[in-house]
Design a protein around this ligand. Sequence first.
Ligand code: F6R
Length: 622
Amino acid sequence: MCGIVGYVGGGQAAEFLVDGLYRLEYRGYDSAGVATLDGHGVLHLVKTAGRVDRLQARLERAPAPGAMGIGHTRWATHGAATDANAPPHLGGDGSVAVVHNGVIENHAALRQRLLADGYRFLSETDTEVIAHLVDHCLKGAGPDADLAADGYEALVAAVAEALAQLRGTFGVAMMFRRRPGVLIAARRGSPLIVGVGRGEHFLASDASPLVGRTGRIVYLGEHELAVVTPGDLRVVHRDQGRVRHRVEQLEIDSGQVELGPFDHYMLKEIFEQPETIRAVMAGRIDHDAATAKFGGLNLAPHELRAVDRFLMTACGTSWHAALVGEYQMEALARIPVEVEYASELRYRNPPLCGHPLVFAITQSGETADTLAALREMKRKGYCTLGLCNVVGSTIAQESDGGIYLRAGPEIGVASTKAFTSQCTVLAMLALYFGRLRHLSFDAGLRVIEQLEQLPEMVAGALETNDAVRRIAEKYAGCDNFLYLGRQFNFPTALEGALKMKEISYIHAEGYPAAEMKHGPLALVDANTPSVFIMPQGPVYDKVTANLQEVKARGGPVIAVVGRGDTEAASLADDVVEVPNVDDFLQPIVSVVPLQLLGYHVALLRGCDVDKPRNLAKSVTVE
Ligand code: F6R
């Protein structure tokens, strides 16, 4: 949701800005724009509703020259996706240009004040409020505060004064018409990264635009403001004044953000799963102690031993992974787990006794509800762990400890590889906590053996691609799908249904298979396929009975079964065979054909697989 880029250096800013905005497209947006400042002090503003392609076409007709600039992809919150509301926005008479991620909660009150002060608004956005407010504070600092030869002190003070009046979250980047050669960026609750080049600096709201430009990055921390010039970077904290910044290595290579031989990022990411599962386990298995090991838990062994319940919180696909984790923890560690939507948890007041450990599970590490739930739990004094994919993300920074998913950038809006990495980490955590308690050495080794075979098993599940494509051709015209599974595969059913609905716009529901009889069975007819997830295991016979109930009512059945299952093959209309694994790992294998089914159906229906309508990759608003 929304993306920021910025450049100051010796090259043509627009070239980086547009390229960076293309790289940020995956986050979801509905308008885009850039502002550059040329050597004559002329500010060029080019913006449009719609895709970056349209912005690019506009720039071909009206180029934006200059060696510094800012750019943005906007996902509409305040005001529709129109040219007027498209970013960047100017403050005063064009003294300052601003781009902004996040939401300013007191924008209406600020707008009223600024209107009373004579400011004229050209858009409905909260970003324009920031731009005018900065201009107002600059003017309040004296007639030429923006020009003061004081190492930008007056400029920074005016920006800080404006930011202090904002309620809500923001990542902002701005530049000043009368002060070429300096960008100011700041964050509160919305990420910003500075890329350090030779005689140039880049800004971006996530690392993808920086790949191939520089390998050296600085994550801005909460309440930090950066003064960025071609040759210098200075970071100032709201309360601590100037602070030393740490330059880190960017650990993403260009192969990870390019499509390669695949038609879509979603397909690429589905096929990356054997590798991403291998990566999430690398160095985290301790054969000698028959357990898992993690570097970043930041808890002493006696504190971990004392944990007597888990509260897992997340949204969407990550919430489904938490449900898988609930079954895994109960089975391997025998520790009670509560799973709660982050959007609910943030406003709930659950009584948690004993020594709970709170998990915030998130691919992006920026989901607004998950972040708010994490903060609320921290405020109450609970110990928190972040299971995040994006390195340096806000939730990764704010959790007491954490485990990175190491899945690499997930660019397709529909989450795939992050889900299987989350489930794998949760299985490893279940092993770890199990081994702290009752799980024997031999049982631990058996779990490790299964985990180590997992990448190969997922590779086996990918072999279903052709079969799944044929099934998709048969059912792509249906308007409803049901997904049914039990125990470990109840969350798999939910995840399969979510994949289908979000990219193909087909109505799809997931249920525990036995719940069918309590209502959803009424939906079954010849045009409503039911996808049963039923690998061999303790509930196989029960699910087979549920399958027969659907068949008896004329519903077509697609069954995802373990290899060699002839019984289900004789009952179902279509069968997809996946490798057999222990039940605690089944969701990681069984979800693969469901991801592929969603993908192929969406493709056959002509949907934009990587950028489904109305959705954003990183949901940074409540
Ligand atoms: C579905 C999907 C979303 C995300 C959800 C949480 O495919 O991608 O449901 O899972 O928005 O996002 P993260 O994991 O980034 O917190």
